[in-house]
Write a protein that binds this ligand. Structure first.
Ligand code: GRF
Length: 184
């Protein structure tokens, strides 16, 4: 049985969905104070704030990733699910957990990689977008795809309304994929 850590930065609604699904979450790590971290505290899920204080171009991504890798290893974590984690990580974590880091991305990859996937899909005028659950690798949003779910774009959609429907697809798909990986 794998031991799961979830990485969060923002609202943490995917973390909530994992918890509601009944996944055993051994550790939550946040890179900033955020509602996801508050939720973990409220639910008595072991959680750690590994605060990122530098958002400038001189941010030491390698050192931050080394600290994170050390932390999850200390907790005997064997599977990591990124759930809206907003810091791009460096080699130490990917080397330590090859094939064991999962991510959910709010587009049908390989379309619309990056941080503004929902806005970019709307701006492009696609009629169908969705979510992708994939293995995270050093190359951003480019690892092997595990599952996808389509979401229709409505004429009246704003970035927020479309993202909300994509998230609802994520809430159904991501916990099920993690559950599968937890016992593999
Ligand atoms: C999700 O839409 C996920 O695809 C993206 O960030 C969002 C996280 O939302 N990477 P939340 O923090 O789980 O609400």
């Amino acid at each position: 049985m794998n031991k799961l850590a979830v990485l969060v930065s923002r609202t943490g609604t995917n973390l909530r969905a994992m918890h509601a699904y009944g996944l055993e979450i051994a550790l939550v790590v946040a890179d900033r104070t955020c509602p996801g971290l508050t939720f973990a505290r409220e639910q008595n899920i072991p959680c750690i704030l590994l605060e990122r204080t530098d958002f400038s171009s001189s941010f030491d991504r390698y050192a931050y990733t080394k600290n994170l890798t050390h932390l999850v290893r200390q907790h005997n974590i064997t599977l990591i699910a990124m759930a809206g984690f907003a810091t791009i990580l460096d080699t130490p974590l990917f080397d330590a957990y090859p094939g064991k880091i999962l991510n959910t991305h709010p587009s049908l990859l390989p379309a619309f990689k990056g941080a503004s996937a929902v806005r970019d899909a709307l701006a492009y005028g696609v009629k169908v977008t969705g979510c992708t659950i994939h293995i995270a690798t050093l190359a951003l949003d480019s690892g092997p795809i595990l599952a996808q779910h389509p979401v229709l774009v409505h004429e009246s959609d704003t970035e927020a309304s479309l993202h909300q429907r994509i998230k609802e697809a994520e809430y159904r798909l991501y916990p099920a994929i993690i559950a599968n990986m937890l016992c593999s």
